[in-house]
Design a protein around this ligand. Sequence first.
Ligand SMILES: Cc1cc2nc3c(=O)[nH]c(=O)nc-3n(C[C@H](O)[C@H](O)[C@H](O)COP(=O)(O)OP(=O)(O)OC[C@H]3O[C@@H](n4cnc5c(N)ncnc54)[C@H](O)[C@@H]3O)c2cc1C
Length: 396
Amino acid sequence: MAQHDVIIIGGGAAGMMAAITAKRRGASVLMCEKMPKLGKKLLITGAGRCNLSNDVLDASFYNPGSQALVRSVLGQFGKEAVFRFFKELGLATYADEAGRIFPVTNQAASVLKVLEMELERLKVTIDLGCEIKNIRVVKNGFEISAGSGERETGLKIILCAGGKSYPALGADGNGYALAAMFGHKIIEPVPSTVPLLVKDPWCHALQGQKLRVSVTSRIRGKEVRTASGELLFTQYGLSGTAVLDVSDEISIALNRDHEASVSVIVDLLPFMDEKELTAELSGKLAKGIACENLVEGLLPHKLSGLLRETLHGSDVAAITRLLKRKEFKVIGTRGWNEAEFTAGGIPVEEADPLTLESKLQKGLYFAGEVLDVQGRRGGYNLAWAWASGAVAGKTA
Ligand SMILES: Cc1cc2nc3c(=O)[nH]c(=O)nc-3n(C[C@H](O)[C@H](O)[C@H](O)COP(=O)(O)OP(=O)(O)OC[C@H]3O[C@@H](n4cnc5c(N)ncnc54)[C@H](O)[C@@H]3O)c2cc1C
């Protein structure tokens, strides 16, 4: 049984960054990863392209409760540091028109490869297929035990075990149990960035149809967040980037707070305001265009039939209202296999914002999705994984 300066639990984005950072400052590092390979989730990020950061990176892109901690961490390892880190590893990147940063190869495998090359160059000890089941405090730091019975000791531990999304790729929430051993409370994890379950005849009728829309979440009668982008009608409800972007608060309301009054309001024609739309529809009616054909040319043909069934007569105000504010009651979300992220986890108040050391257990640190930090889509979650991994790796 060897003694290490730092033991890292989890070989995802945060764990690899923490290992590289700790080893570069001279610590002896052991990284334990339960899967047979490192970075399984990293490979599927950004639909295989890996949106690894964003050109506009600050705490305002994270859940409100986490922003003070995120500000402190990004203040130490922000946008420029992420850029420099990957440049030094030989990874060329570019920003798209929305500021999202990708590798020039457009392959997440390139990101994983340069990280693995650096871990190898630094001779970080990596134990693959090693799931840590228990951590206990011993005289000289901590002793960890794996499912296989293997034990190791380390002065410091960095817990980078991720959240609960896509459990087949490794992170399945067991990291929370490890943190709870030291008295950490766990904010109930719920799927975030996740498609929504909706029972509405429109979803069935328009299944497979994609539209460019604006979506607003409405919880307990209050409009919470608006996002523009794609809406996809599916067999079970609604998906697409605009829906994913408003899904976080919805999932918390439904899955954690058991709130019944949750809906999304879809503006099917965001490029026209109500006045313009009313004028357009009135003009068409005046030309003698039949009511069922009023939206031809503005929306896909399938919608004409639906409008005919939904509305009776040629009430322009009612048609305008429906097209600008079609409300769908949300009855649930899809599960962990379709959620890109986790809302919940270790409360940020229980970690030191400067070092990410546990406030309850000296020598225990956290990084990545295991903490209750959620970034917007657009590279913010990986940016958090890199930044928190670097901060924990620097001090642990
Ligand atoms: C489909 C999808 C697409 C995404 N796309 C993007 C994107 O383009 N941009 C972006 O910013 N974010 C994206 N994300 C989110 C991003 O993947 C996460 O933010 C990031 O991977 C979190 O890193 P992490 O290291 O904290 O956790 P993980 O990457 O989940 O790594 C945790 C690791 O810990 C290991 N582990 C868990 N428990 C133990 C244990 N007990 N012992 C040993 N090992 C353990 C797991 O096997 C896993 O490898 C996406 C997520 C998904 C699911």
